[in-house]
Design a protein around this ligand. Structure first.
Ligand code: SF4
Length: 366
């Protein structure tokens, strides 16, 4: 795995003609399609002449993380290699557009491995599953392809090892989230889920000298730090990972929103309602004092949110495709906004190889 590299924050706003985009009007641009920052803009006839806001700033990084890229590509490649139908347990990633697109291409989404016909191909989602799911899938002779994000697998391994060493394992996360359900399944007798500071304060364990913690990968960095602080005070011998389990993509997207929040009047977060990391971005925006809204796509924008605003910030959760950001840019451009540019904070360079099952089948088919 390559690592993310931090670079100084900067504004990037250069048109395809090499002039600062902020200085170009729609008329100067000849009302034609051109590129501004990393956002293609619509043709002129759709422009309104009273811009709905002055400018749109795009958070960077935003959108797909390496784990989501890998999971979505896994289903697409499975469809090519095995043909329809390919079954997928739960939503492959928490985004309605991604799921709809893969369903159209032949994926069949199911809630449980018990719904999959014996011997069929089943892809496990990026959020990971408990060992019970793997056992039941094997018992049904399913051809399982594991698209669990490697960073989630790392948390499973940590939880399993702590439990094997006799620790009570505190899993900081949201009780009902699929990732937490999967991780807890590694050692249900040893793992306790902690969702809030209050729960951390109230927790009682049989052996306070032998307690460890792990965390869900998509939590709020700041809230988690608060919970871990309480746990450390209550259990001074607390063991934990060398680095927080919150993943690089979650951390970078939250950091980008904090930087964006200083520049914007309102924040739009593109992501689905069940996307944990997208909801955390909304919370980070609000904690920074900026009115923040979660939208699935441009149809979710309420123009009343923009009244009196000069600058709108746009970001997207780790499961939201860049095409949705493009559609939001198009929505603003159609309403006269010509100043649309990225506000960069971090350059990401993380890549995960496709699951071994896909690589093996692809090489034997070649
Ligand atoms: Fe993996 Fe993080 Fe993406 Fe989740 S958000 S799939 S842990 S990289």
């Amino acid at each position: 795995m390559r690592t993310a590299v931090r670079v100084p924050g900067h504004m990037a706003a250069v048109s395809s003609q090499g002039r600062p985009a902020a200085h170009r009007t729609p008329r100067a641009a000849g009302l034609s399609a051109y590129t501004r920052g990393d956002c293609r803009v619509l043709r002129g006839p759709e422009l309104a002449w009273r811009p709905v806001v002055k400018r749109v700033l795009l958070a960077s990084p935003r959108g797909f993380c390496a784990g989501v890229e890998r999971a979505v590509e896994t289903v697409a490649r499975a469809l090519e290699l095995y043909g329809r139908p390919v079954y997928v347990r739960k939503q492959i990633v928490h985004n309605t557009h991604v799921v709809r697109d893969l369903r159209r291409r032949g994926a069949v989404f199911v809630d449980s491995e018990d719904e999959v016909p014996e011997g069929a191909v089943l892809v496990l989602s990026a959020h990971g599953v408990s060992p019970d799911v793997r056992r039941r899938s094997a018992a049904r002779r399913l051809r399982t392809i594991d698209a669990t994000c490697p960073l989630v697998t790392k948390v499973h391994i940590e939880a399993r090892s702590y439990a094997a060493e006799g620790y009570t394992v505190l899993l900081v996360g949201h009780e009902e989230h699929e990732e937490v359900v999967g991780t807890r399944g590694e050692a249900p007798e040893a793992i306790r889920v902690i969702g809030t500071v209050e729960e951390a304060e109230a927790l009682e364990v049989a052996n306070p000298g032998r307690v460890a913690y792990v965390t869900q990968t998509t939590l709020s960095v700041d809230e988690t730090a608060e919970i871990v602080r309480v746990l450390r005070r209550r259990f001074p011998k607390l063991h934990g990972p060398r680095r927080e389990d919150i993943c690089y993509a979650t951390t970078n997207r939250q950091e980008a929103v904090k930087q964006l929040a200083a520049e914007v009047d309102v924040l739009l977060v593109i992501g689905s309602a069940n996307s944990s990391n997208s909801n955390r971005l909304v919370e980070v925006g609000r904690a920074a004092g900026v009115e923040s809204h979660l939208i699935d796509d441009e149809t979710g924008i309420d123009e009343r949110w923009l009244e009196g605003c000069e600058t709108v910030g746009v970001t997207s959760g780790a499961s939201a495709p860049e095409s949705l950001v493009q559609r939001v840019c198009d929505w603003f451009h159609a309403r006269g906004v010509t100043d649309i540019r990225p506000l960069a904070s971090v350059v990401e360079d993380v890549f995960f190889r496709l699951p071994v099952e896909i690589r093996r089948t692809a090489s034997s088919a070649a």
